[in-house]
Structure formats: structure tokens, C-alpha cells
Design a protein around this ligand. Structure first.
Ligand SMILES: CC(C)(COP(=O)(O)OP(=O)(O)OC[C@H]1O[C@@H](n2cnc3c(N)ncnc32)[C@H](O)[C@@H]1OP(=O)(O)O)[C@@H](O)C(=O)NCCC(=O)NCCS
Length: 178
């Protein structure tokens, strides 16, 4: 399955993406917005791709822009009985932020979740110190449903973790109104 947008393409992650991903995942600029505090090497990343990228419960795509790998996005903890999943995205290099890619990719994953997989609910967690991501998720139809107080520690500060979700009927309603 490949999902094509105007700015980005979502394609299956391949083992050889591991080297590039490992390089990005150790960078400080990502640490602020993700939970990745342990060092990651190519071996660990390749193992993660082998075991977790495409499974019964996880579907993680590579994000490519102009043929270059710039991040990952996908669904995890897919529950086929409740028809729910958790969404995650990271564009690994800040030069690609604020260009509309994250919004497009989020809408592509929602399309995949609701129109292809027939899920009923997609949820996510976003740190309070990430207003850019929060804005993108709201723009794509996610609604705030809760808050874990001080659920996240980063360099001397505790931040709340915001829980958001979108349901299938909300997705279809938004789509028919746009
Ligand atoms: C979060 C992320 C996926 C968003 O993708 P992106 O391509 O940068 O987002 P877009 O360009 O589509 O949209 C950014 C929007 O946020 C807005 N924005 C930027 N900085 C902002 C800020 N500090 N506060 C509020 N809104 C902000 C932009 O104006 C734009 O909104 P608009 O289109 O309504 O003008 C991407 O920045 C990223 O991967 N960041 C690092 C990892 C991360 O944070 N992952 C998410 C973890 S929950």
C-alpha cells in the first residue's frame, strides 16, 4: 500500500531505512517532542523495523518527499475488535517542518484508517510543549479528550500529556463539509 499526497508519499518502511532513521532519531531537536531518550543505533532500528513496522497491530509508513526519507507515520496498538488505533508521526528534520507535510500526512493516515481499514477511532498523545503538533491535529479533526498531568519529563520540566481522538463519523462529516 502506497499513499500519495501532493507534498509527500507514504510507502512501506524497508530494512535499509534503518541506517537513515537511526541517524535522525539521536538528534536533539526531536528529543523535545518525542519520548526517545536512549541512544539508537542502526542494529536497534533495523530490529525495530523487522519486528514492529508492519504487524497485526502496527502499520508504520516511511514518509518520503521528492524521493527522500524524511520521517515516519502510522498506526500502532491496532485493536481489531474495538476498531481503534493510536496515531504517531515524526518528520525528522526541522527544515521540513511548517511546509504542510505533517497536515497532509495526517490526513492520508486518517483516510487509510477510516476508508481502507474501517477503524472507528484513532487516538494520539501529544506533549503540552508541542503546540505545532497540537494545532495540526486539531486542524485534521482530532478533539482533545483528556490530559495526563505532568505525564512527561524533559530537561528539568514536567509537561502535561494531551490525549486527542477522532471517530469515524467525525472524519466522514468533516470530509463531506470540506
Ligand atoms: C508535528 C509535525 C508532524 C507537524 O508537521 P509539519 O509538517 O511541521 O506541520 P504543517 O506544516 O502541516 O502545519 C504546521 C501548522 O502549525 C502551525 N504552527 C507552527 N508553529 C506553531 C506554534 N508554535 N504554535 C501553534 N501553531 C504552530 C503552522 O502555522 C501550521 O498551521 P497552519 O497550516 O494552520 O498555518 C512536525 O513538525 C514534526 O514531525 N515535528 C517533530 C516531531 C513531532 O513533534 N511529532 C509529533 C509528536 S506528537
Amino acid at each position: 500500500m502506497i499513499l500519495e499526497g501532493k507534498f509527500a508519499t507514504l510507502r512501506p518502511l524497508e530494512l535499509w531505512d534503518g541506517r537513515e532513521l537511526a541517524k535522525y532519531l539521536n538528534r536533539e531537536e526531536l528529543k523535545e517532542y518525542t519520548s526517545l531518550v536512549f541512544p539508537i543505533n542502526t542494529f536497534l532500528e533495523e530490529e525495530w523495523i523487522k519486528r514492529n513496522a508492519i504487524t497485526h497491530n502496527n502499520i508504520v509508513f516511511a514518509i518520503e518527499s521528492n524521493g527522500v526519507l524524511i520521517g515516519t507515520a502510522g498506526l500502532s496498538s491496532i485493536d481489531w475488535t474495538s476498531r481503534s488505533a493510536e496515531y504517531g508521526i515524526a518528520i525528522y528534520e526541522s527544515t521540513f517542518w511548517n511546509k504542510g507535510i505533517g497536515t497532509e500526512v495526517t490526513m492520508l493516515i486518517l483516510k487509510y484508517a477510516f476508508e481502507y481499514l474501517n477503524l472507528n477511532r484513532v487516538s494520539l498523545r501529544v506533549f503540552e510543549n508541542n503546540p505545532r503538533a497540537f494545532h495540526v491535529y486539531e486542524k485534521c479533526g482530532f478533539i482533545q479528550e483528556g490530559r495526563e498531568r505532568q505525564g512527561r519529563y524533559y530537561r528539568g520540566h514536567y509537561w502535561d500529556v494531551i490525549h486527542m481522538s477522532i471517530l469515524a463519523d467525525e472524519y466522514w462529516r468533516n470530509k463531506s463539509e470540506s
